[in-house]
Design a protein around this ligand. Sequence first.
Ligand code: AMP
Ligand code: MG
Length: 344
Amino acid sequence: MKLFPGLSVKVAVLLVLSVFLGGCGSEQGPVRLQGRAIGTTYSILVYGLPENLTSESLDRGVKQVVAGVNSAMSLFKPDSELSRFNACNETDWFPVSRELAEVVSTAKEVNRMTGGAFDITVAPLVNLWGFGPDKRPEIVPSEAEIKQASADVGSNLVEVRLDPPAIKKLKPGLTLDLAAIAKGYCVDAVSNWLESRGVSGFMVEIGGEIRTRGTKPGNVPWRIAVEKPVSMERSVQAVISLTDKAMATSGDYRNYFEVGGKRYSHIIDPTTGRPITHKLVSVSVIDATCSRADALATGLTVLGPEKGAAVARKYNLSVFFIAKTADGFAETATGNFPKHETLN
Ligand code: AMP
Ligand code: MG
């Protein structure tokens, strides 16, 4: 079942690639856990299991963390906190879990950093363009429909407080779409749980968003592949080492529909109410947390090559941009994005 619209099509190949790229591990090999989370798949590698843990208890623990995130943030569970908040037309404080309040708080921070480009209140537009939970046909909506859907969009219309955790609509029609940040949040939640259980070497990947801790045996860093932004094949654009950090990637090269030869991306520019149209096709962000990396990757994708790079430089963010050119791809890296091996 697809719990988050738009997520299941962004396939998690990076882990597979990174395992491949990582070469051989310890003689014992890693513990590998796989499953489904928030409408996509997860894959986890753990080296050096503490003595008090077995792969079964690890698996149970991860599933519990994932179930908690699902019941807070899934749009396809009518009783999730997010679904109940969306359905409620009242403008009072709505008590939620700390997890949901934290996500909304990070989303508002990234909304400010990106000058409104990242906006979780974009839900009515995502639905209108056929990428949300409403089973809309893939058609180009009318100007009037776009205007109407835009009326309830704006991150200033949602307030959040952490203690006690609650969120609040300033307009009854407001609804939230967390698809652009929830995968990253789930990566953080699983990573934090693993750390709390004393696991010191792991890689957690959910729907292509990744966080690592420590290294593989022999001090070998985790090596992560950035996918080439093409829809018809899966190949590697660049390879980086990632230690004690998270990386998230956004792009419009896989989740889109076409009408009359024109491509309509699932990433919506809240200022126009329309899918993005520029030549930026993939944005990877490295950050301390995967939720912020996930949100920033989407927000910088909305901003496009020039404005996106300007925001990345302003906040000294480590970002890798891939833009389409007449004969291939052009890459730009900002901040401390690690030097990589370009494979095209
Ligand atoms: P991601 O793959 O993380 O870039 O997330 C893309 C998803 O986020 C889309 O499928 C929509 O559900 C949602 N979305 C689209 N545009 C925006 C936006 N401007 N801000 C926040 N979320 C968005
Ligand atoms: Mg994102």
